[in-house]
Design a protein around this ligand. Structure first.
Ligand code: HEC
Ligand code: HEC
Ligand code: HEC
Ligand code: HEC
Length: 272
């Protein structure tokens, strides 16, 4: 085999490999808009690391200012956001808490206030810095593009987050299973409650998957103690799964828990 032919064959097989890797991982983070390693993220991507998880998670030294798993970024100050209730729509009837939980984690990139590659624990030995280090100052900056994908710190033009579910009513004192009491706003479907490690977890069953089982295709509610009794809250992660990059349904938006055909995301929670 001549060098030139071998080169062509090698190039052809590595192209095939690239195609294969691309399609095999279409549902996951790799190659998605949440993959900031080299791969063409519209908002910049870096050659400095091929660790796709490190932009969000670290195995050690994570930020615990909000209950987000092993979070590798400095979380914003809860008080730095303008919340939905300040718009004073006459019908809003869920009490808010300061922006927190998983919403704070999403906003650590999506509010545009810090570079998306500022991490607490950079890849490699001795990479920890409590103030955060940038993985690639040249290639990656703050998120741009308002009002989406860069939501900013004024959240009044976004679906509310960090508020109790359905006008309140469900709390950790309820028995497991579907909520049998009365929600503060009756136009909502009953949340389901279970316990894991003695901690309450809640969700609203979507039409996808198995009823009465908590799955990533359900609308996940987040337990928060801010209003006294621990109770279910709506956060960014209620509607979005940051790992599922499948382009969903008619809107072709990635990172939705289910596709929004016939607005089934909305009608999972709202009885409308
Ligand atoms: C763009 C940010 C981002 C990236 C990149 C990312 N994650 Fe996550 N991950 C999150 C957020 C946010 C949560 C919390 C989700 C929630 O609470 O609903 C989470 C939760 C998790 C959880 C716990 C919940 C679950 O689904 O089991 C695991 C495990 C996890 N991530 C693993 C990974 C791994 C492994 C990678 C790399 C292959 C990765 N993540 C990359 C943002 C990210
Ligand atoms: C995880 C459950 C959940 C999902 C999914 C959901 N919502 Fe909501 N939504 C709520 C809660 C809770 C409130 C606050 C309670 C209220 O005001 O009725 C709310 C508030 C609203 C409001 C503001 C009400 C007001 O009075 O200002 C609108 C409008 C709305 N949702 C529309 C939608 C649409 C459209 C979708 C689908 C894209 C959707 N919601 C998906 C739970 C959800
Ligand atoms: C490490 C930074 C980072 C974090 C953390 C992050 N994102 Fe993103 N996200 C991005 C980037 C970059 C894009 C691509 C923006 C663009 O296309 O211009 C994106 C895009 C998206 C999109 C648009 C997908 C589409 O098809 O247009 C959604 C939805 C989204 N993110 C939701 C979330 C949610 C929800 C969270 C928290 C659970 C989160 N993101 C956390 C960086 C991040
Ligand atoms: C109640 C459900 C719900 C909540 C809560 C929610 N989103 Fe979304 N989000 C959606 C839906 C549905 C879409 C798709 C809209 C469309 O088709 O244009 C979307 C789209 C997006 C997009 C992509 C928009 C675009 O045009 O590219 C981003 C980014 C995003 N959401 C981030 C977030 C972040 C960050 C939070 C928390 C602060 C959040 N979302 C909270 C339902 C929600």
């Amino acid at each position: 085999m001549t060098g030139a032919i071998r080169h062509i064959l090698l190039t052809a097989s590595s192209l095939l490999l690239l195609v294969w890797v691309g399609s095999a991982s279409a549902q996951t983070i790799v190659g998605s808009q949440h993959d900031l390693t080299v791969g063409g993220n519209a908002q910049g991507s870096t050659n400095n690391t091929d660790e796709v998880c490190v932009f969000c998670h670290t195995p050690h030294g994570s930020d615990i200012a909000a209950p987000v798993p092993l979070w590798n970024k400095v979380l914003g100050a809860p008080g730095s956001y303008t919340q939905y209730s300040t718009l004073q729509t006459p019908t809003f009837d869920s009490t808010e808490a300061p922006v927190g939980s998983v919403s704070l984690a999403c906003l650590s990139c999506h509010d545009g206030t810090q570079a998306m590659d500022v991490v607490l624990n950079s890849p490699g030995s001795g990479g920890y810095n409590a103030a955060g280090n940038q993985i690639d100052q040249v290639a990656i900056g703050n998120m741009v593009g308002t009002p989406v994908p860069m939501l900013g710190t004024d959240l009044t033009n976004d679906h509310p987050v960090s508020m109790q579910y359905g006008g309140g009513g469900a709390t950790a004192a309820d028995p497991p299973g579907a909520f049998a009491g009365t929600l503060g706003d009756p136009d909502f479907r009953a949340p389901i409650r279970a316990d894991v490690n003695g901690n309450p977890v809640w969700w609203v069953d979507s039409p996808v998957g198995t009823a009465l089982t908590r799955e990533s295709t359900d609308m996940i509610l987040y337990a928060r103690p801010d209003l006294g009794a621990v109770q279910p809250f709506v956060e960014c992660g209620s509607c979005h799964d940051p790992h599922n990059s499948a382009s969903q349904g008619p809107t072709s938006v990635a990172f939705l828990r289910i596709n929004n055909t016939a607005s089934q995301i909305c009608t999972t929670c709202h009885t409308k």
